[in-house]
Design a protein around this ligand. Structure first.
Ligand SMILES: Nc1nc2c(ncn2[C@@H]2O[C@H](COP(=O)(O)OP(=O)(O)OP(=O)(O)O)[C@@H](O)[C@H]2O)c(=O)[nH]1
Ligand SMILES: [Mg+2]
Ligand SMILES: [Zn+2]
Length: 345
């Protein structure tokens, strides 16, 4: 196996050489369960476990290897251990749910994120916007796929609407029933390039991947319903090597994509600009006197709806910042506990 095919470029080579003592092997994470990681290296695919040091030193799940990561492995007899993760080029993540709010990495070192939305009842511009901002903050290149065009009478209308908010992001219209779909997807893929598919459950991510691999690599909803086993949705993340070059990562459709990054305000420039003219520097544009934003709403310069949306987003942002702060404290406590010292308040 030539590592170049897997995207092991000069950047990762340099990182690897800086930690290699002559006993390590570079490998890429293909999939993982709770204990074992499938990694691929020059020798082929093998199972590896985390070294004790990684397990002990990582405080949050984002410090553990994820699909797409380049890692260093140490092979001892018939066992392999992951001893280090090479610094990620890109990192596609979301906010985890649970009592500790932390970054949950979905896939690492992805060059392209195909955001799939289907042109049926799944079509939702706001959700798309959320996917776009998550993809942008991952530093990978987003590409929008409007799938199931065969189920939509006026795909052009959707394309116009999506193009309006997508800026210079490519927008593809696809259908598993249309032979040109494969060509469109392939034009983005080449040796060493990794693309991840993301989007709601049932939009056709696994079906599109099967078109790219030219076989039924991924189970899809349709296949299993024909054998009466109910809906087969993807439940694991896997890195798949394409026959014509490039790699794809299939991900299970997420019910709600919560962005990890505190996003820059979008579309609220006017409100933010005017805030500087409010009497109080911390004006929340509610009932405060001398509020320049409310004045603009009264004059019709800003719509009441945008102000409402601004308030909602600000509240969400404040809550997220608070949750993050709390999480940092919990993680610090965990760390102190590990090192045997009492946690400071
Ligand atoms: N009409 C139509 N159906 C499609 C198209 N693409 C996929 N489907 C169907 O949509 C259903 C869901 O497809 P999947 O590929 O399993 O969807 P997924 O995005 O992988 O879903 P999860 O794994 O749950 O996230 C299947 O029954 C597919 O046959 C399309 O372009 N047109
Ligand atoms: Mg799937
Ligand atoms: Zn104000």
């Amino acid at each position: 196996m030539d590592l170049k095919i897997l995207g092991f470029d000069s950047h990762f080579k340099k990182l690897f050489n800086s930690i290699d003592d002559g006993t390590l092997v570079p490998a890429r994470v293909v999939s993982h369960g709770r204990k074992y990681y499938s990694v691929i290296c020059e020798k082929g695919v093998m199972q590896a476990k985390l070294s004790g040091a990684i397990r002990f030193n990582s405080l949050s799940s984002s410090e553990l290897p994820e699909v797409g990561d380049w890692v260093a492995i140490s092979i001892r007899g018939d066992k392999s251990y992951i001893t280090a993760i090479l610094e990620r080029k890109t990192c596609f993540s979301r906010r985890s749910t649970g009592n500790v709010i932390e970054e949950q990495v979905i896939s690492a070192n992805v060059d392209i994120i195909f955001i799939v939305m289907s042109l049926d009842s799944n079509y939702n511009i706001k959700r798309l916007q959320r996917y776009i901002s998550t993809a942008v903050s991952s530093r990978a290149m987003p590409v929008i796929i409007l799938n199931k065009a065969d189920l939509c009478e006026d795909a052009e209308k959707a394309v116009r609407e999506v193009a309006g908010l997508a800026g210079d992001i490519s927008v593809l219209v696809t259908s598993s029933k249309d032979p040109s779909t494969v060509k469109k997807l392939k034009s983005f893929m080449k040796e060493g390039v990794t693309a991840a598919f993301t989007g709601s459950s049932g939009v056709g991510k696994s079906t599109l991947i099967n078109l790219l691999t030219g076989g039924e690599t991924r189970k899809t909803a349709e296949i299993s319903s024909s054998v009466n086993k109910g809906k087969h949705t993807t439940s694991s993340r896997d890195l798949i090597i394409l026959p014509d070059g490039g790699m794809v990562i299939d991900t299970p459709g997420m019910r709600e994509l919560q962005s990890w990054a505190l996003e820059e305000d979008e579309g609220f420039e006017k409100i933010n600009e005017l805030s500087a003219l409010c009497r109080f520097t911390d004006c929340r544009h509610g009932t405060e006197p001398g509020c320049a934003v409310k004045e603009a709403v009264d004059n019709g310069d800003i719509s009441a709806i945008s102000l409402e949306m601004w308030k909602k987003q600000t509240a969400e942002k404040n809550e997220l910042a608070l949750q993050k702060e709390r999480s940092v404290k919990i993680l610090e406590k965990r760390k102190a506990k590990r090192s045997g010292k009492p946690a400071c308040k």
